[in-house]
Write a protein that binds this ligand. Structure first.
Ligand SMILES: *[C@@H]1O[C@H](CO)[C@@H](O)[C@H](O)[C@H]1NC(C)=O
Ligand SMILES: *[C@@H]1O[C@H](CO)[C@@H](O)[C@H](O)[C@H]1NC(C)=O
Ligand SMILES: *[C@@H]1O[C@H](CO)[C@@H](O)[C@H](O)[C@H]1NC(C)=O
Ligand SMILES: *[C@@H]1O[C@H](CO)[C@@H](O)[C@H](O)[C@H]1NC(C)=O
Ligand SMILES: *[C@@H]1O[C@H](CO)[C@@H](O)[C@H](O)[C@H]1NC(C)=O
Ligand SMILES: *[C@@H]1O[C@H](CO)[C@@H](O)[C@H](O)[C@H]1NC(C)=O
Length: 661
C-alpha cells in the first residue's frame, strides 16, 4: 500500500515537473511557430499573395492562442528592435543622427506579423541599393518603419474626393479620355461612396497596393484606342478602365497607374537594378490581355509570382476551353486572345457573359449624373447618302449632349450593331425604351466577323442579351424584318408614355430644360451599373475573392445549390433562377459529394477529356474533372447529366450571392 502511494507521489512530482517545463517552453514553441508564420507570410507576400492569407486560422479554437501569440510577438519585436538599435552599423548612423530619433514615434506593429521579417531584411539590405536612401531610409529603425508602413499596411478609408488621383492621370496623355470621364463623375462617385459606407461597415479593410495597367491605352499596343477616343473610336474599354480606377480610389486603396513599357519597368524595378520602387509588391494587378503580355515581357519568368493576383479585363469573356493551352491546341480553338492558362475567374468582363468569368461591369451614366465634360460618344460614321432624309445625323456628339438627346427621346432603336455596348443601358437610364433587334441566326465567333477570334463561342440571339433579360416595358426585343411586330412594339412604347410625367426632385436642373417635363417611361438603371453598385461589387471582390489559395473560401458554401441537368450548367442554373458558380466545382468533384446529392456512382473515373465534369451517364458511371482549369459552366454533352454548382444572387447585383457580402 505504502509502495503504491510512493509511486503515485513520484509520478505526480514527475508530471508536475514536466508540466512546469512544458509551461516554461510553451512561449518558446509559440514564438518559434510565430517565427515560422512570419517567414511563411513573408514568402507568401513575396509570391504576391495577400498578407492576410497566412493569418486565417480556424475560428474560435485558435482565437485565444492567436491573442497570446500576438502579445508575445509584440514583446519579441520590441526586444529585437532594441537589440537592432544596438547593432554596430546602426550605432554608427545613430551617432550623427543624434538624439532626434528618440522622438520618432514607432507605430504599433502588433497587427503586422510580417513586419519583423521585413525589418530584418531591410536592415541588412538597405545599403546595397542606393534607391532606399532616396526613399528616406537612413539606417535608423525609425526610417525603416516609416518606409515599410508607407509601403502599405494602413487601413482603407473611403475617400471623400478624387483629388489624389489626378496628378498621375494628368502626367500621362494616354489617360486623357479616362481622366475626363473620371473628373466629370467625381461628385457621383463621392456620393456613392458615402451612401455605401452608410449601409455597410467598410472600416475594417486594409488598404491594398494596386497596380492598374491598361495595356490597351499604351502606345506599344498599337491599338490607338487612346487617340481614337476623341474621334468616335470604341469607348467600352476606356469607360470600364475609368470606372475601375475611380472605384479603387474611392474605396481607399493605393492605386498605381502605368501606361507604357518604361512605366512598367519602373514600377517593377526592372531598370533600377532590382531595387523595388517605393510601392512595389502589389496586392492586386488589374490589366488586360495586351497588358498581361507586356507584363510578361517586362518581368520574363518572374511574372509568375504575380500570377494569382492578376485580374484581366476582358470585355467579351474567355471560356475555359479557349483559355487552356493544351486543350485549345488539341482542339484547334484558335484565338489570338486565348491560351493564357489563367484561372477563368481571373477574366473580368463588361457584362455578365459566362459565369466562368467574373463580372466587373462599368457605370451607366444618366444626365443627372454627369457634369460638364468634353467626352465624346461615337454615333457611328454613317455616310449621309445611306440615310433616309427624315433622319438627322448628329455626327460625333459630346457625352452630355447624347444624354440630353436621350432625355428628349422616347425610343432608342438598335441597328443590330454594335453588339453588347453600353449605349442601350444609357438610353434606359435616361428614360428611353430600347428596341432590341433579334439576331437570326444567333451570332458568335463561329459566324460573325465582329466576334471572330474572340476566345469564346457564346451565341447571342439579340443585339443586347443583357437588355433582353430586362424585358418589357423597358426593352422590346423584336424581329426587325417583321413590320407588324415592330409597329406593335412602337405603339405600345408610345402609348405607355402618354400622360406619364417624370418628375425630378432635389436635383440642380435648369428650369428651361423642357425635356425633363416630357412624357417618358421611368428611367431604369440596374443597381449593378450604378456607381454604388460597382463600389459594392468591386469592394467585395477585392476583400473576398482569393484566387491564390486552392481552398475555396468564397463565396461561402452555404450559398451552394446543386442542380442536375442534361444541359450546360449556365442554362441549368438559370432555369432554376440561379447562376452557375464555378468556385464550387471542386467541392462537387468527388463521389461523396455526389452521393449527398443523391447521385449514386456505380463506377467512376477522373478525366481531363471533357468540359462537363462532374457528370454521370444513365448507368451511373461518374466522371470527375482531373484538371481544375477545365471546369466550365457553359458546355454540355447530350449523353451526360451534369452536376451543377449554382448559387443565388442579389437582384440587380448578379456577381454577389445573398450571403456573399
Ligand atoms: C533618419 O530618418 C529618420 C526618419 O525619417 C529621422 O527621424 C532621422 O532624423 C534621420 N536621421 C538622420 C541621421 O538623418
Ligand atoms: C480630399 O479628401 C481628403 C480625405 O479623404 C481630405 O483630407 C482632403 O483635404 C480633401 N481634399 C480636397 C481638395 O477636398
Ligand atoms: C432579316 O432579313 C435579313 C435579310 O433577309 C436576314 O439576313 C436576317 O437574318 C433577318 N433577321 C431575322 C431576325 O430574321
Ligand atoms: C393604349 O393604352 C390603353 C390603356 O392602357 C389601351 O386601352 C389601348 O388599347 C392602348 N393602345 C395601343 C395602341 O396599344
Ligand atoms: C430655353 O431654351 C430654348 C431652346 O433651347 C432657348 O431658345 C431659350 O432662349 C431658352 N430660354 C431661356 C430663358 O434660357
Ligand atoms: C456509361 O459509361 C460507362 C463507362 O464509359 C460505360 O461502360 C457504360 O456503357 C455507359 N452507359 C451507357 C448507358 O452509355
Amino acid at each position: 500500500m505504502k509502495k503504491t502511494t510512493d509511486t503515485l507521489w513520484k509520478t505526480m512530482v514527475l508530471l508536475l515537473g514536466i508540466g512546469f517545463i512544458w509551461c516554461l517552453s510553451l512561449p518558446y514553441f509559440m514564438l518559434s511557430n510565430a517565427d515560422q508564420d512570419i517567414i511563411s507570410v513573408a514568402t507568401i507576400n513575396r509570391l504576391g499573395r495577400d498578407g492576410n492569407v497566412g493569418e486565417g486560422t480556424a475560428e474560435g479554437k485558435g482565437k485565444l492562442k492567436d491573442e497570446m501569440i500576438k502579445d508575445l510577438r509584440a514583446d519579441k519585436l520590441r526586444l529585437q528592435l532594441a537589440h537592432m538599435e544596438k547593432a554596430p552599423p546602426l550605432m554608427k548612423r545613430r551617432r550623427d543622427g543624434g538624439e532626434k530619433e528618440k522622438n520618432c514615434p514607432l507605430p504599433p506593429m502588433d497587427n503586422h506579423p510580417e513586419c519583423m521579417g521585413k525589418l530584418k531584411w531591410l536592415s541588412q539590405m538597405w545599403e546595397s541599393q542606393p534607391c532606399y536612401a532616396g526613399y528616406g531610409v537612413n539606417g535608423s529603425v525609425c526610417s525603416f518603419v516609416i518606409y515599410l508602413s508607407e509601403a502599405g499596411s494602413d487601413h482603407a478609408v473611403v475617400r471623400e474626393n478624387l483629388t489624389d488621383l489626378y496628378p498621375s492621370l494628368e502626367k500621362r496623355s494616354q489617360f486623357r479620355w479616362i481622366e475626363q470621364r473620371i473628373r466629370s463623375m467625381e461628385r457621383v462617385w463621392v456620393e456613392a461612396g458615402r451612401s455605401l459606407s452608410a449601409k455597410y461597415n467598410l472600416k475594417d479593410r486594409k488598404a491594398k497596393q494596386i497596380l492598374v495597367h491598361p495595356g490597351v491605352v499604351t502606345a506599344e499596343s498599337k491599338a490607338k484606342i487612346a487617340e481614337a477616343a476623341f474621334e468616335g473610336g470604341p469607348l467600352g474599354e476606356l469607360v470600364q478602365w475609368s470606372d475601375l480606377i475611380s472605384t479603387l480610389h474611392i474605396l481607399g486603396h493605393h492605386v498605381y497607374l502605368t501606361a507604357s513599357l518604361p512605366d512598367l519597368r519602373h514600377y517593377f524595378g526592372v531598370d533600377t537594378g532590382g531595387c523595388p520602387p517605393f510601392h512595389s509588391n502589389p496586392n492586386l494587378i488589374y490589366t488586360d490581355i495586351i497588358g498581361l503580355r507586356q507584363i510578361k515581357s517586362v518581368l520574363k519568368g518572374s511574372w509568375f509570382k504575380y500570377r494569382c493576383i492578376i485580374r484581366v479585363l476582358d470585355t467579351f469573356g474567355t471560356e475555359p476551353d479557349f483559355n487552356h493551352i493544351s486543350w485549345a491546341n488539341k482542339h484547334k480553338l484558335a484565338s489570338p486572345f486565348g491560351r493564357l492558362n489563367m484561372i477563368p475567374l481571373q477574366f473580368y468582363t463588361m457584362f455578365p457573359h459566362t459565369p466562368d468569368n467574373t463580372f466587373l461591369g462599368f457605370v451607366v451614366q444618366n444626365q443627372l449624373m454627369s457634369e460638364q465634360s468634353e467626352l465624346f460618344k461615337s454615333m457611328g460614321q454613317l455616310t449621309t447618302e445611306a440615310l433616309p432624309n427624315y433622319v438627322k445625323n448628329h455626327g460625333i456628339v459630346k457625352g452630355t449632349d447624347v444624354q440630353a438627346l436621350l432625355r428628349k427621346s422616347k425610343v432608342f432603336v438598335g441597328l443590330s450593331f454594335p453588339y453588347e455596348g453600353p449605349a442601350p443601358l444609357e438610353a434606359l437610364a435616361n428614360g428611353c425604351a430600347f428596341l432590341n433587334p433579334k439576331l437570326n441566326p444567333p451570332q458568335s465567333s463561329l459566324n460573325t466577323k465582329f466576334f471572330k477570334g474572340k476566345p469564346n463561342i457564346r451565341e447571342i440571339i439579340s443585339q443586347h442579351p443583357y437588355a433582353e433579360a430586362i424585358g418589357e416595358p423597358y426593352v422590346w426585343t423584336v424581329d426587325m424584318n417583321n413590320s407588324i411586330e415592330v409597329e406593335r412594339a412602337l405603339n405600345a412604347i408610345l402609348n405607355q408614355t402618354v400622360g406619364t410625367f417624370y418628375m425630378v426632385s432635389n436635383l440642380p436642373i435648369s428650369q428651361n430644360d423642357s425635356a425633363f417635363m416630357e412624357a417618358h417611361i421611368e428611367p431604369y438603371l440596374p443597381y449593378e451599373f450604378s456607381c454604388e453598385g460597382m463600389l459594392q461589387r468591386v469592394n467585395v471582390l477585392i476583400e473576398k475573392q482569393d484566387l491564390c489559395s486552392s481552398a475555396v473560401s468564397w463565396p461561402p458554401l452555404s450559398a451552394l445549390q446543386v442542380v442536375k441537368a442534361q444541359m450546360s450548367c449556365k442554362t441549368a442554373c438559370q432555369k432554376a433562377g440561379l447562376i452557375c458558380e464555378p468556385a464550387f466545382f471542386p467541392h462537387l468533384n468527388n463521389a461523396n459529394s455526389l452521393a449527398k446529392n443523391s447521385v449514386d456512382c456505380q463506377t467512376s473515373e477522373f478525366s481531363a477529356s471533357g468540359l462537363v465534369f462532374p457528370a454521370y451517364n444513365s448507368t451511373q458511371h461518374c466522371w470527375f474533372q482531373s484538371d481544375p482549369l477545365l471546369f466550365s459552366c457553359v458546355r454540355s454533352d447530350e449523353s451526360l447529366t451534369r452536376v451543377c454548382p449554382c448559387r443565388d444572387f442579389i437582384k440587380d447585383q448578379i456577381a454577389l450571392c445573398k450571403d456573399c457580402i
